[in-house]
Design a protein around this ligand. Structure first.
Ligand code: PLP
Length: 444
């Protein structure tokens, strides 16, 4: 291609031009095949080129693609909101559509603040969060993100919402093990609330499984039960950031269901449109909507393209596809099969320190010394190396942070489309093995 003026993530790297995608594969213009073991950025949950979605897109486009949400609603938006309410736990019945995960978490944050305002409490404006977290790139979402690298440039503009350690058992700051640890990392929330003052805190936000900041860190069993109890005891709403985990990634519609937790507010994104359309949402429970409906009757957020029928029709088709093909039911089993393959790789490569995750959101953490869990020196750039070696071999995996601060460590996420078959899992594992062998040769 001649000179390009597209701003790419790293302007000095070469980016293959993709031609088309089918199932778990992408093909570039040169005919090279890539195994999409990351679903892009944990997004293409039902794989590429699904005919039913293309048909749903066309059908909606023939009718109407855009109506402005302040003037009209649409059949697609109404049906999608109803379907999400039906498929999510508890009474998360209210749906505010936006276009990206960052907008969803930021809308969730604003909903929580508005909830207290509508109840006559103006002081509860903070949304506490954890370190080693990522809730999005807009300034509100970044304020909640415990991601030092992404925060660094904008620090003067950000709130200091990250307040507690994550449930990162592999690197427990207390050097304890769950459940005998008493979930001290969750108890930190209570100390933070007492320090800051519950009268200043609207909500606490967390990713059920930590994604980009930590490399698929799943919490121990009762962690979220303890968190939810602390939130309830102190009159603080609980927001689950399910942008990466929602829409079936761990085998249930919301990952919170894995631990029997119903959040007050949920942020959804990524898998909602499965890469076929930009769409995300903030869901609110009846409790949250009650004072808003009795008060101003309007959630103070919104974007021009919020609830556009085109994206809503796509998301509805994605949900129907997941349901019709009973895809979520198989996620646990496929996840265990893939995890077993990853454990075998851990036996072979001593620089794999940890295999973790839930469902089909799995991660590997790399260490220089497995016994001491010492990260590789930063200049080794292990994450970048394995990503580029794998890409060269036609395998796409997702880079993530690691280390107690989420910065000084290396991890990758393996999150193939939920539609992956057993044979494809084996192919993925083989490509990953070959990539790790090449990395190993490079390290020696
Ligand atoms: N929340 C989580 C948990 C995410 O993983 C991401 C993106 O990686 C976001 C929010 C932000 O979503 P988006 O990139 O669509 O703005």
């Amino acid at each position: 291609m001649e000179q390009s003026f597209l701003i790419k993530p790293m302007l000095d790297e070469s980016y293959p031009v993709i031609d088309y995608g089918k199932g778990v594969y992408l093909f570039d213009m040169e005919g090279k095949k890539y195994f999409d073991a990351a679903s892009g950025a944990v997004t293409a949950n039902i794989g590429h080129g699904v005919q039913e979605i293309i048909e749903a897109m066309n059908e909606q486009a023939k009718k109407v693609s855009f109506v402005y949400r302040s003037q009209f609603t649409s059949e697609a938006a109404e049906r999608l909101a109803n379907k999400i309410a039906e498929m999510t736990p508890g009474d998360l019945n209210w749906c505010f559509f936006v276009n990206s995960g960052s907008e969803a978490t930021e809308t969730a944050m604003k909903m929580a603040i508005q909830y207290w305002q509508e109840k006559g409490i103006q002081t509860k404006t903070k949304v506490l969060s954890r370190w080693v977290s990522y809730h999005g790139i807009t300034l509100g979402a970044l304020s909640m993100s415990g991601h030092p690298v992404r925060r660094a440039r904008f620090t003067p503009l950000l709130e200091d919402f990250p307040a507690i350690h994550p449930p990162y058992c592999y690197r427990c700051p207390y050097k304890l093990e769950a459940p005998s640890c008493g979930y001290l990392c969750a108890q930190e929330l209570e100390s933070a609330i007492n320090r800051i003052g519950a009268d200043k805190i609207a909500a606490f936000i967390a990713e059920p499984v930590i994604g980009a900041a930590g490399g698929a860190i799943a919490p121990p069993k009762d962690y979220f039960k303890v968190i939810k109890e602390i939130c309830e005891d102190h009159n603080i709403l609980f927001i689950a950031d399910e942008v990466m985990t929602g829409f079936g990634r761990t085998g249930t519609m919301l990952a919170c269901e894995q631990w029997g937790i119903v959040p007050d507010i949920v942020a959804l994104g990524k898998g909602m449109g499965a890469g076929y359309a930009p769409i995300a949402a903030a869901l609110a429970s009846e409790k949250v909507m009650e004072p808003i409906l009795a008060g101003t009757k309007s959630v103070m957020s919104g974007h021009t393209l919020s609830a556009n029928p085109q994206s809503c029709a796509v998301s509805l088709a994605v949900l129907e596809y997941l349901e019709k093909n009973e895809i979520m039911k198989e996620v646990e089993c496929k996840g265990v099969y893939l995890r077993n393959q990853l454990e075998k790789l851990k036996n072979q490569f001593t620089f794999i320190g940890d295999v973790r995750g839930k469902g089909l959101l799995l991660g590997l953490e790399f260490v220089g010394d497995r016994d001491r869990k010492t990260p590789f020196p930063r200049k080794t750039m292990i994450t970048q190396k394995i990503i580029s070696i794998a890409k060269e071999k036609g395998l796409l995996i997702y880079p993530a942070g690691a280390g107690i601060d989420g910065v000084n460590g290396d991890s990758i996420i393996i999150s193939p489309p939920l539609t992956i078959t057993k044979r494809e899992i084996e192919e993925l594992a083989l490509l990953l093995k070959e990539s790790l062998e090449a990395l190993s040769a490079h390290l020696n």
